[in-house]
Design a binder for this molecule. Structure first.
Ligand code: ATP
Ligand code: MG
Length: 353
């Protein structure tokens, strides 16, 4: 006989009470008698719904029509079933409720609540994400399609218009390509929360390379970048390309959004007093800064303080989300400090190698 089907005669298991079993289950469980009154509620049920005194009619505590039907079918016909149940107060919660007869003797029933709130939250996030991503792609696409129409129609023989429209179309396709690249990076990084392999990376060298490669952008924005490369190597263990991506985005942001300050200061220094030795890389700009209420949100996907400015500056709103994920993979973190009107500091902390 396959083991799963084996029947064990074991006095200890037979002696286990419904109460013992239900108490060990982390989900809320309520045991009812044939009149639908509560005979027992486990600790998880009390934690989720407050005290449910013995004798409470369960149908009075959970009043939705679905729940009434579920309990009626259970108590009158002994029919097991399951429904979705939601509550809005005191907080929004969602449960899958299953009800079934228990025991051989009849007359007792079990109601089991599976908390679905987290699953719902993730579903909603996924839906929001798809809506946001589609919207971001649709905007440039609509513009391209509009220009194609004009080129085939009214501007058919207008060479000058053609050139300028093609230029705009090229910029829009570049924007879409960038968005897709960022989405792919994000999904690649999210799928693998741990770095596959680590090299020793010299932060001084890496940041110097980033400053060089963005020289043209800083000049375009009229921003002077000051970076004094430490004399000795500052080593961390990680993935060089990913760390470059972090620094590129932070320097790009400092130039784009801190443009009015005309200056970006970058510093690499040992971080002060933490449990493990860390290195801090600070990108300090002197632009408008970031109001406190936005700071916790700017690392969210597609979050921008001023969507119009960001769009004009070719931002997708994914940069800091990518930064945050990359740093998490490196056991590091991002700290943002800012006083509106006095610029912003983005500080990357990484464990020292
Ligand atoms: N140094 C800064 N000063 C002020 N606001 C900033 C700064 N850095 C980022 N922000 C704000 O945070 C938002 C999110 O930045 P993030 O890098 O994620 O996106 P983005 O720069 O708009 O797009 P991408 O990085 O994909 O080009 C920006 O749109 C901007 O509103
Ligand atoms: Mg950015």
């Amino acid at each position: 006989m396959p083991e799963a089907m084996a029947h064990y005669d074991d006095a200890a298991v037979d002696a286990l009470s419904a109460r013992d079993l239900a108490a060990a289950v982390p989900d809320p469980i309520v045991i009812l008698d044939a009149r639908g009154t509560v005979r027992y509620a486990n600790e998880a049920a009390v934690a989720a719904f407050g005290r449910i005194p013995q004798g409470t009619v369960l149908a009075h505590r959970f009043r939705t029509p679905d729940m009434q039907r579920l309990l009626a079918a259970l108590l009158k016909e002994g029919r097991a079933g399951a429904i979705d149940y939601g509550e809005r107060v005191p907080i929004e919660r969602a449960f899958r409720i299953s009800a079934m007869p228990v025991g051989a003797g009849g007359g007792l029933f079990m109601v089991h609540f599976k908390d679905q709130s987290e699953t719902r939250r993730i579903d909603r996030m996924r839906a929001d994400f798809i809506a946001n991503a589609s919207h971001e792609l649709r905007t440039p696409l609509a513009s391209i399609s509009g220009f194609i129409e004009t080129l085939r129609g009214p501007a058919r023989n207008d060479a000058k218009a053609r050139d300028s429209f093609l230029e705009i179309m090229q910029a829009q396709t570049a924007r879409m390509a960038r968005l897709i690249d960022d989405l792919l990076t994000l999904s690649r990084i999210e799928m693998k929360p741990h770095l596959p392999s680590r090299d020793r990376v010299d932060l001084g060298e890496t940041v110097a390379g980033v400053v060089d490669s963005l020289g043209h952008l800083a000049a375009e924005y009229g921003v002077a970048v000051a970076f004094e490369r430490p004399a000795a190597p500052v080593l961390v263990s990680g993935n060089r390309d990913e760390l470059i991506q972090v620094f590129v985005n932070l320097l790009e942001n400092a130039c784009k959004y801190g443009q009015s300050g005309g200056r970006v200061d970058i510093a690499i220094a040992p971080a002060e007093a933490g449990p493990v030795p860390e290195v801090a890389v600070t990108f300090r700009d002197w632009g408008p800064g970031i109001a406190e209420e936005h700071i916790p949100r700017i690392t969210e996907r597609f979050y921008r303080i001023d969507p119009e400015t960001s769009r004009v500056k070719n931002g997708t709103g994914l940069g800091l989300a990518i930064v945050k994920h990359i740093l998490t993979r490196h056991d590091g973190r991002l700290v943002v400090r800012s006083k509106p009107g006095e610029g912003a500091s983005f500080i990357v902390y990484l464990p020292a190698a």
